[in-house]
Structure formats: C-alpha cells, structure tokens
Design a protein around this ligand. Structure first.
Ligand code: ARG
Length: 457
C-alpha cells in the first residue's frame, strides 16, 4: 500500500524494512485513544473554520463507526499497516472519501502519538490505582483478623522482638498506599496535552489547543511544542512507579514464600493459589508469589530499557521513540496481573497462630524488654543492655528461657531484679507495652487499619 507520507518518492520501501518499521503489532491497543483524539481534533478544526459543520459531522460519524467496528470485532486491525494512526486515517478516508483527507490538517503523527500515549497511560494509572486499592483493602481485612496474633518480628531475618501479624501486614498496606499516591501524582504530570505541537514547531494554522485539550479531558496543555513531541518522561515515571510497586510486591512475595515453607509454617496459602509438583505428591508450591517476585525483574528491565532508549536522543522526535510503547505497556500489564492475583492470594491466606506464637517465645525476643525493665529500676540503658546480654548468655548455656530463669540467678546479675520481672517478660506484655504511635501494641494497629481504610474511601 502507498504510504501516507508518499510524496517525495513513491513511498514504497523494502519489504523487510517495512515490517521492521511497523509498530501496529504493539500500538494497535491505542485505537480508542487515537480515534477519540481524532474526533476532538476534527471538532477543533471545525471550531476554527478549517472544516465545515457537514465535514465535521461526516468525519465524526465515520470515526465513531470505526470505533464501534473495532470494538465489536466487525473489522480486524490490519497487521500490515504502518501504525494505528495510519490505519485509522486510511480506513476513514476509504469509508467517507475526500473529506477524510482533511483530518490531518494542523497535526503530525508526532503529536498524535504523544497524545494517544498520554491518554492511554492516564487510563492505566486509574486501572492500577483501583487494583492497588483492592489489594490494600484485602490486606486491611487480614490485618484485622490477625491484629492480636503474636509472631516474631525480624531484623536480618533473625528473631528480634515480638509483634502482631496484623502489624506486619499493615506495613505493606502503607507501602502500597504510597504507590497509589505516587501513581496519582504521576498522572497529574501526564495530564497535559501535547496535541497541536504538530511535527515540532507548532503550526501556521490558527488552531485552538486549549479547546482540543479540554475536549479530551486534559487539565493543561504542553507549553513548548518541542517538549510536547520529544519527551517520554511521563512514561518513564509510570514505569518507575511500577518498578516500586513490584519491589513492594516482591518483598511481600518473598516473605509469603518463606512463611509457607515447613521451616516457618506461619501461613497456609489456599489451594486456589498454589500448584502441585508433577513428581512429588506432597508439595504445595507458592507459584503465584514466586512469579510475582520473578516478574519484578522484567519491570525493572522495562524501566532501564526506556531510559536507555531516551538518553542519547537529540530533540525532537526520533523513530527510536517508537520503542517506548512495549516497555511501558509490558510494565503496566505485568503490574495489573500481579495486583489481581495478589489480592486473591492474600484474602484466602490463613495464619497458623500457634506456630507464630511458639516461634515468638523462642529466641529471647524479650531481651530488650528485660533491659527496659532494668531501666525502669533506675539502671542506665547501656548498663541494662549489658546485664541482660549476660543473662541471655547464661540462659543459652543452661538451655532455658528468660521466663524460666530462677530469681536467685537473676539477682546475681542485679540486686534490683525482683519477682515482678516475670510478668514484665511475658510475650503479651512485650507486645502490649509497645503502645508508641505506629507501634505494635495496644490499639495502635487498629488505628493504622482505620487510617488506611479512611484513605481508601
Ligand atoms: N509509530 C510511530 C511511533 O510510535 C508514530 C510516529 C511516527 N512519526 C514519524 N515522524 N515517523 O513513534
């Protein structure tokens, strides 16, 4: 087929080169944004008297029909077309005749593709935010269920201090809530219309970019036409947000994988979210969590891919920029799939309260509390820390816990220790006494759940 840009020469190129050049294989998903953008463009051309009312009506209904036909599957997008913009325009002219040729007045594919991508990615931001909120809601419910379930809290993957499982889960709710905020912030900068930048320099026509931007629901208009067609920072920013989301999901996945191993035995994933082994019948593999962890790598790759594509490009448009789409699409597709499966996996996950509690009782997780107890008796913290360290060392030697260490032996370490040390060292006390704002004890976790639920509204 003759190219839309045929003019200087025939527009025919080598077959392989033609295939190599084509982006329809991955930009066809922009069809709705492309058509809506063209309708708004035609409306602007009509307002500015470059199209008559009749011409606009013809273009408008022609484009609306194409949109319906693609959506309903009445027509298939031609995989041999150069790109989605070319496909739609040629189809329109084929259907409505000469008037179709007026649509591309005062625009270029350079501002058209920047427009389509911004419109599409704004929708992706919204879709991801909705899915993130569902997952956060599921986490809040689990946290509610396990707000009094004591488990070990870790640093360096060494048992550190007792916490509640609800508290631990809520940490992820806060991380993901920041992801929601990051996405909505990213969307704000994306919400600026590049259309009317034309090839790069603006246009000789007396157009109304603000009218067109408003019709398309943008909050603002790119104020420099070269910037409007040159940058893809909005796509980079979305992939960055996606990379951070994946970091959060990947850490959560890693924990779920550990917790569901026999070594920990803290949680059980529903059989809906585990798979079996083809050879070992006893196995229940946490494949969903592993895949999420694995897919994190490809989203990071998407980010590096686009950044690298952009880093050496002179202004304004360069064909390299056609490579922006696969990375950003892949990153959002991946994030959406991960968020969806994650919400179901969390909702159906159950915790083994006994295992968590017995793990929390082993490993001297109340050693800090012993030091705090000594501080309460007037000993400076550094000395208290040293004394409790020595007591723990003796307990390890004698294979007993701090709760079972006899009072006479305690007294050898410090005369200030008396019988009231035992209630001070119980796991329940250790958890409940950490009432500081944001901490694990008292009603702090309930407050955290309330806070997040309020934000979800
Ligand atoms: N398919 C192209 C892309 O995605 C559209 C813009 C083409 N512009 C051009 N000057 N060749 O970037």
């Amino acid at each position: 087929m003759a190219k839309l840009w045929a003019g200087l020469e025939s527009g025919k190129i080598n077959k392989l080169a033609e295939e190599f050049n084509s982006s329809i294989g991955f930009d066809s998903r922009l069809y709705e944004e492309d058509i809506k953008g063209s309708i708004a463009h035609a409306a602007m051309l009509c307002k500015c008297k470059y199209l008559t009312e009749d011409e606009f009506a013809l273009i408008n209904s022609g484009l609306a029909c194409i949109l319906d036909d693609i959506k309903s599957g009445n027509i298939k997008i031609d995989e041999t077309a150069e790109d989605i913009h070319t496909f739609v325009e040629e189809l329109l002219t084929g259907r409505i005749g000469e008037t179709g040729k007026k649509l591309h007045t005062a625009r270029s594919r350079n501002d058209q593709v920047a427009l389509d991508l911004r419109l599409y990615l704004k929708g992706e931001c919204d879709a991801e935010i909705a899915l993130l909120k569902e997952l956060i809601g599921a986490i809040c419910e689990k946290a509610e269920e396990y707000k009094n379930t004591v488990c070990p809290g870790y640093t360096h993957l060494q048992r550190a201090q007792p916490i509640t499982f609800g508290h631990h889960l809520m940490a992820y709710a806060f991380m993901l809530m920041r992801d929601v905020e990051r996405l909505s912030d990213c969307k704000k900068r994306m919400d600026v219309s590049p259309i009317g930048s034309c090839a790069l320099a603006g246009t000789t026509y007396n157009t109304d970019r603000f009218f067109e931007a408003e019709k398309l629901g943008f909050s603002d208009v790119c104020r420099n036409s070269i910037d409007g067609v040159s940058d893809r920072d909005f796509a980079v920013e979305l992939i960055s947000c996606n990379a951070i989301i994946m970091t959060h999901l990947s850490r959560f996945s890693e924990e779920i994988i550990l917790w569901s191993s026999a070594e920990f035995g803290y949680v059980k994933l529903s059989s809906d979210y585990t798979t079996g082994s083809s050879i070992m019948p006893q196995k229940r593999n946490p494949d969903m969590a592993e895949l999420v962890r694995g897919k994190t790598g490809r989203v990071y790759g998407d980010l590096i891919s686009l950044l690298t594509t952009l880093k050496g490009l002179p202004l304004a448009y360069n064909k390299d920029m056609q490579e922006d789409k696969e990375s950003v699409f892949d990153s959002s597709d991946t994030v959406k799939a991960c968020l969806q499966v994650f919400a179901g996996m969390i909702s159906s996950m159950t915790a083994n309260k006994e295992k968590m509690l017995s793990a929390a009782k082993k490993g001297f997780l109340n050693a800090t509390d012993l030091a705090d107890y000594l501080v309460g008796k007037g000993i400076p913290f550094r000395d208290a820390y040293k004394i409790s360290g020595e007591i723990v060392a003796e307990c390890i030697k004698e294979n007993c816990s701090l709760e079972d260490f006899p009072i006479e032996k305690y007294k050898k370490h410090s005369e200030k220790i008396s019988e009231d040390v035992y209630p001070a060292l119980s796991i329940e006390t250790c958890v409940n006494k950490r009432k500081s704002f944001g901490g694990t004890g008292g009603n702090s976790v309930e407050m955290q759940i309330e806070y997040i639920k309020e934000k979800l509204k």
